[in-house]
Design a binder for this molecule. Structure first.
Ligand code: SF4
Length: 495
């Protein structure tokens, strides 16, 4: 605790002096825009960055063109995000040169990698600062140092320590009804295809008191849903217990405590690693209704040979045992997963093992990817044994099977009336609303047709229902149609 207090003081002093100096340098409140790529950890880091910037007196801009300071929070887990980011950055050269006070910062997983760091400095010299993934505590310093320079040079703070158990920093949540709360940073697992342990450092768990206080404050502020995030939430506290804090709580205990918060509707968590999914955690998942009836459990491959090459440290058999335990502890729980196709050395037999396991489990949803090498990881140096054509063909077979399973799973919901937490207007925007069920299915729904025209559907307070459904509303929806990736339905009442 003493250690943590020092951390808090350190960061708050840093922010305070950065703030004052920055405002003095700038002479007026500036505006910012943050573009986020990648995972929920990055989403949360961006929310904290926005909170810090507003604490420092900056205002949010609605688009890049209207901002004085643009920050890219980058991801290098998938090739696609790399490309989109570099494209965005290339478009900003003229924009940056038009006004002296404008600044461009890059944080997240890319600047910390040597190849990207060099490329950023050499190909985009108009960038102002570079920060490590998750190092929001250094954002005020980066702004301050880049602002007081007489001659432009890139302020590179990526040499700072990567293990960052930051205290509670100001946060500006994207959605008031949904709070992302980081419980730990980094990863110790070194899956051979993954860059995260090199970009976010080793596992570092935040104090449970800070997490609980943040969760309570979020619920008091109107959050209906909390999502606890970390690269491997199941190993929460391992680092602290190894350092001698024997009574540091496990993830199961933390989850259990938050699940009992009055006024909290849904408690989600992401991501679980199969090797660390304990019986204690499965019991808690089965015990509390507030905990989502869903688990995201990345499989990656159904072949033991490939799982070993990937350094996943579980077998297909162990994975199946976990699925069975989860389903008996929480009947009806939905299970989603990640699967990689075309990992170096994948044979037709390995691929068949994956399809077989998919047939056995019948995942409710899956994120499927064609392997792409990440520079700096062990697998990046391994040669590919099959052609792109074969990999593409395998991918399509796998996708077809998963789409079939996803549809079958969603079809079980038709005719049921389900609780939905509304996230807003549906993306297709034809007067429908969108939201998610407790087991994390996407639902698009509309008001009953007669009620839309006659506006007859009133709440208990006499207001038309259409005027009270908004982000964060809790409703019941009668499901009328299932698709592979979503459900459709009709509003059936406020929950
Ligand atoms: S568990 Fe594996 S895939 Fe997940 S972040 Fe850690 S190294 Fe990457």
């Amino acid at each position: 605790m003493e250690n943590n207090k020092k951390n808090i003081d350190f960061y708050m002093n840093e922010i305070q002096s950065g703030t004052e100096a920055f405002q003095m340098t700038a002479g007026r409140p500036l505006s910012y825009f943050i573009r986020t790529f990648g995972c929920q950890q990055n989403d949360n880091d961006s929310e904290i960055s926005a909170g810090l910037l507003e604490y420092m007196g900056l205002k949010a801009a609605t688009c890049i063109e209207e901002a004085d300071i643009v920050i890219f929070n980058t991801c290098s887990v998938r090739e696609n995000a790399d490309r989109r980011f570099y494209g965005n950055l290339g478009n900003l050269k003229t924009w940056r040169s038009e006004e002296k006070q404008r600044r461009i910062g890059v944080m997240g997983c890319m600047p910390v990698q040597e190849t990207h760091n060099t490329m950023l400095k050499e190909s985009f010299p108009y960038i102002d600062f570079l920060l490590n993934a998750g190092d929001m505590g250094n954002l005020p310093r980066a702004l301050y140092e880049s602002g007081r320079q007489k001659k432009h040079s890139i302020v590179d703070l990526t040499d700072q320590a990567k293990e960052m158990t930051y205290p509670s920093l100001p946060v500006k949540r994207e959605n008031k009804y949904r709070a992302l709360i980081s419980i730990m940073s980094g990863c110790n697992n070194f899956c051979t295809y993954c860059i995260v342990p090199y970009t976010r450092g080793r596992e570092s768990s935040r104090d449970p008191q800070l997490i609980l206080a943040e969760a309570r404050a979020a619920v008091d502020n109107g959050a209906k849903e909390i999502m606890l995030i970390g690269q491997n939430v199941n190993s929460y506290g391992n680092d602290r217990r190894k350092q001698g804090e024997s009574d540091f709580p496990s993830f199961a205990r933390l989850l259990e405590e938050i699940a009992q918060f009055p006024d909290l509707s849904i408690l989600r968590y992401m991501t679980s690693h199969p090797k660390d999914l304990s019986d204690e955690l499965i019991e808690v998942i089965g015990k509390y209704e507030t905990i989502e009836a869903h688990v995201h459990l990345p499989l990656q491959s159904g072949s033991d040979h490939l799982l070993k090459k990937m350094n996943r440290r579980y077998t297909a058999e162990h994975y199946l045992e976990l699925v069975n335990k989860l389903r008996s502890a929480r009947p009806g729980i939905s299970i989603s997963t990640d699967i990689i196709v075309g990992f170096p050395g994948e044979t037709e037999e390995d691929f068949a093992d994956t399809l077989r396991l998919m047939e056995t489990v019948k995942f409710d949803r899956a994120f499927t990817f064609i392997y792409s090498p990440r520079s700096g990881t062990p697998a990046a140096g391994w040669s590919q044994n099959v052609s792109d054509l074969v990999i593409q063909e395998r991918f399509e077979r796998l996708l077809a099977l998963q789409n079939k399973h996803s549809l079958e799973s969603n079809e079980k919901c038709t005719g049921q009336t389900l609780y939905v937490l509304v996230s807003g207007l549906s993306k297709s925007d034809n007067g429908t609303f969108s939201g998610r069920t407790k087991d994390d299915r996407l639902v698009n729904f509309c008001l009953p047709e007669a009620a839309i025209t006659a506006d007859e559907l009133l709440t208990a307070r006499g207001k038309p229902v259409s005027s009270v459904i908004a982000d964060g509303s809790e409703v019941f929806v009668h499901i009328t149609k299932a698709k592979a990736h979503s459900l459709e339905g009709v509003f059936a009442g406020l929950a």
